[in-house]
Design a protein around this ligand. Structure first.
Ligand SMILES: N[C@@H](CCC(=O)N[C@@H](CS)C(=O)NCC(=O)O)C(=O)O
Length: 214
């Protein structure tokens, strides 16, 4: 079964958008893509706020469904698309995956966003990095990466079980930005996280997520 008429509204450089594109690439599913210019504030227009009242990307439109929040989008796409499953089989592993998705939403992405904004983007817009905010975010992210290191384990390649799941997709893109923001020590302090990262970066879905765009 091929699923057509998927439309994704996002930005090519947005971590949350890329997480969805990565899933689509894992499923070899093409998508119509509408690029929103975050620099000009197009995501705060009345038109976009009508799709996502929080003024963020990405947004998925499929038939009658308009859906925001990248992890909700990924779960929906996982449910409707054929291909290798990205949800584990055992109930215990599903519970572990859900735990990591919650860690992502509560402890990881908000801190990663602060760190990346402060170190990478604010200076581009002429602002000044606040070292105290960076320090706090790095300390909190250290706790997350230490927990991830433990979950991956000495032989492991993935956060849950022995195959890629939605949990891995939730952490890849902001890890990329954390590395670009030159906070690599908080990622690479951890041997198992380092192996996890290098494994994921070998995947076509990481190397070329934009190739699913029609
Ligand atoms: N929890 C949301 C976060 C969405 C989000 O923060 N998107 C960013 C791009 S990664 C955005 O739209 N930033 C623009 C802004 O905050 O003004 C998700 O996973 O979709």
């Amino acid at each position: 079964m091929t699923v057509r008429n998927l439309k994704l509204i996002g930005n090519e450089n947005s971590a949350c958008t890329r997480s969805v594109l990565m899933l689509l690439k894992e499923k070899n599913t093409p998508v119509e893509f509408v690029s929103i210019d975050l620099g000009t504030g197009a995501h705060k227009s009345d038109e976009h706020l009508g799709l996502n009242p929080f003024g963020k990307v990405p947004v998925l439109i499929h038939d009658d469904l308009t859906l925001y929040e990248s992890q909700a989008i990924n779960r929906y796409l996982e449910a409707i698309l054929p291909g290798t499953p990205l949800i584990p089989q055992s109930l215990q592993d599903v519970a572990r995956m859900d735990q990591w998705l919650s860690v992502d939403a509560c402890y990881f992405t908000p801190q990663a966003y602060t760190l990346v904004w402060q170190k990478l983007f604010l200076p581009m817009f002429g602002g000044q990095t606040d070292p105290a905010l960076v320090k706090e975010a790095e300390e909190k992210l250290n706790v997350v990466y230490a927990a991830m290191d433990h979950a991956i384990g000495e032989e492991g390649q993935f956060l849950v079980g022995d195959s890629l799941s939605l949990a891995d997709l939730a952490f890849v893109q902001y890890t990329d930005y954390i590395l670009k923001a030159q906070s690599e020590s908080i990622v690479f302090n951890y041997e198992n996280v380092r192996r996890w990262w290098y494994g994921l970066t070998q995947r076509e879905s990481y190397k070329d997520p934009l190739s699913v765009i029609l």
